[in-house]
Write a new protein. Structure first.
Length: 288
């Protein structure tokens, strides 16, 4: 028989997590501040807890997916976690994860922090992956249920690692989103439909998708000069045309400005013959 799991928080994501557990045959107990959000899950067989304490008492493994760490504290503040395994899939910073892990340890709780790399409709499909860090014992214990959400990626005992990785991935995503927004604003500035242009953008982004790993290799070796196919001096010059075209077309280039500034500065500092990967050195305040 599959182990019973408690899910605290039935927003879009908590609802998807609880639904996937039910579909996989786990007994599921749910609690949400706004109780009505549990109705559909209860109709599918979930047990409704009247309070967070009752929800925590119902299962050895408790999954929390609330708005932020403050709401997790609000919900679990009264304790009742002794002997439980707590898996916190709420988005937060590495510092918050470490603080929370200390608090959980004081409650006698085995703590696993997590970051969900999926939107709710992806939960339970092979496209989803979830990052975990913290107690290895907690990961091993909860794993049969966690694997229901998507691929479980355990990143080690440093409890802040999942949040750091999650936020770094989201950072990459928002960079892409900034690029897509700017690109669509520009491509449609002559009245062309965005849908005509979008397939070309997708194709181009996919063609450039390997750049992250190439940049990672250069960064790890701190060798930005070997095998350069697009040197920074050239890129800084052509980047000006991104600004100029935006100006000509009556489109703001504010999303581009910070990267343009960093590229020009790095080239002016004598790195024009290198790849632009070296900008990472300028971003890292410790310059390590
Ligand atoms: P929603 O806004 O849909 O739900 C928020 C949940 O938090 C609700 O259950 C809400 O309760 C609860 N909540 C907020 N404040 C409190 C509080 N003070 N006390 C008790 N409960 C509270 O968000 P999601 O479900 O989409 O997201 C949940 C977490 O999952 C977030 O940390 C998010 O970053 C993360 N996540 C979400 C993704 C997404 O695409 N949706 C993707 C990856 C991660 P109530 O119903 O009563 O308002």
């Amino acid at each position: 028989d599959k182990p019973s799991i408690t899910v605290l928080g039935l927003g879009a994501m908590g609802t998807a997590l609880a639904g996937a557990l039910l579909s996989a045959g786990h007994p599921v107990t749910v609690w949400n501040r706004t109780a009505a959000k549990a109705d559909a899950l209860v109709a599918r067989g979930a047990a409704r807890a009247a309070s967070p304490a009752e929800a925590v008492a119902a299962s050895p493994v408790v999954v929390a997916c609330l708005l932020d760490y403050d709401s997790v504290r609000d919900v679990l503040g009264a304790g009742h976690l002794q002997g439980r395994t707590l898996v916190n899939l709420t988005n937060g910073t590495p510092g918050q994860a470490r603080e929370f892990a200390e608090w959980a340890a004081c409650q006698g709780t085995d703590y696993l922090d997590g970051g969900i790399m999926a939107v709710p409709p992806m939960i339970g499909t092979p496209a989803a992956f979830v990052l975990y860090s913290g107690s290895r014992a907690a990961f091993d214990r909860a794993r049969p249920a966690l694997d229901v959400f998507g691929e479980s990626v355990y990143l080690g005992e440093d409890v802040g690692r999942a949040a750091l990785t999650d936020i770094a991935l989201l950072t990459g995503m928002y960079g892409m989103i900034a690029g897509v927004l700017q690109s669509l604003a520009l491509a449609t500035s002559d009245g062309a439909p965005a849908t005509d242009f979008a397939p070309l953008l997708t194709r181009w982004l996919q063609a450039m998708g390997g750049w992250a790993e190439a940049a990672a290799k250069q960064f790890d070796s701190r060798d930005y000069a070997t095998g350069v196919v697009s040197n920074l001096g050239m890129q800084a010059a052509s980047f000006d045309n991104l600004h100029r075209t935006a100006d000509e077309q009556g489109v703001s280039s504010e999303l581009l400005a910070p990267l343009g500034r960093l590229m020009r500065q790095r080239a002016a500092d004598g790195h024009g013959h290198e790849d632009l990967t070296g900008i990472i050195d300028d971003l890292r305040k410790d310059n390590a």
